[in-house]
Design a protein around this ligand. Structure first.
Ligand code: ATP
Ligand code: MG
Length: 224
């Protein structure tokens, strides 16, 4: 019996030690979910699961850092280091760097932060002689981000009748053009923005069965 299990209550222990098949935990704020995830990973490692086969995704860098530190204390630095643990964005960036050529990017592609994205949009809006009150970079980026999070690429955006009608009605008919130019410029700069990290990982796993298969074989345990 592993003694760190004593630091859990009964429900937490159930969630940690049930390792065959999927497990979903529904619990309120501050009730010990992060502790469950952390100990579940420690428990898997104590059962000799290879850290290489574990993927743990968090929403914030803070949570990822805390979990990593805690797991290192529970199972040792060495094992903790080989875990794939991080935010959705950081883990997807890691996968995209490994598989970048499948998507036509160099492995050292640049990641644009929000300011980089806004700066690029500002110059596109200027080059197109568009009114920067109608097309405020922050607003345009929000629209593009929303599209990407719904897996709507620039081409689909421009070919979607409903989106085009809505933009025309809102007197912002050039949003689709700006979206296309923005993606072209990102590609030319070998860059992805934050939303591309999610969008492109979806494309990668959707359109490249060999890559999908590879990560399905690698990750036996996925914790979110
Ligand atoms: N079984 C336990 N015994 C004692 N303390 C615990 C136990 N489980 C969790 N805690 C403590 O309670 C606090 C909240 O736990 P945790 O961060 O795991 O909760 P959470 O559900 O992830 O919270 P949040 O909703 O904020 O993400 C932490 O300080 C944690 O160390
Ligand atoms: Mg938490």
């Amino acid at each position: 019996m592993v003694d760190f299990l004593k630091q859990l209550n009964d429900s937490q222990r159930d969630a940690v030690t049930q390792i065959d098949g999927p497990v979903m935990v529904i619990a309120g704020a501050g009730s010990g979910k992060t502790r469950v995830l952390t100990y579940r990973i420690a428990y898997l490692l104590s059962k000799n699961v290879d850290p290489f086969n574990i993927l743990a995704l968090t929403f914030t860098n803070k949570a990822a850092r805390e979990m990593k530190e805690r797991i290192a204390l529970l199972v040792g630095e060495g094992k903790a280091r080989s875990l794939w643990m991080g935010t959705f964005h950081s883990i997807f960036a890691k996968i995209l760097r490994i598989e970048s050529e499948k998507l036509g990017f160099p492995s050292n592609f640049t990641i644009y932060d929000t300011d980089d994205s806004k700066r690029l949009l500002k110059s596109i809006i200027k080059e197109q002689s568009l009114d920067d009150k109608t097309y405020q970079p922050g607003y345009v980026l929000g629209r593009i981000s929303n599209a990407k999070n719904n897996l709507i690429g620039a081409r689909e955006y421009n070919e979607d009748y409903e989106i085009q009608s809505a933009d025309a009605a809102a007197r912002k008919p050039k949003l689709g053009l700006i979206y296309s130019l923005y993606q072209q410029r990102l590609i030319k700069a070998s860059a992805m923005d934050f939303d591309d990290l999610l969008f492109n990982t979806n494309v990668l796993l959707r359109d490249h069965v060999d890559v999908l298969y590879k990560y399905q074989q690698k990750f036996h345990f996925i914790l979110v």
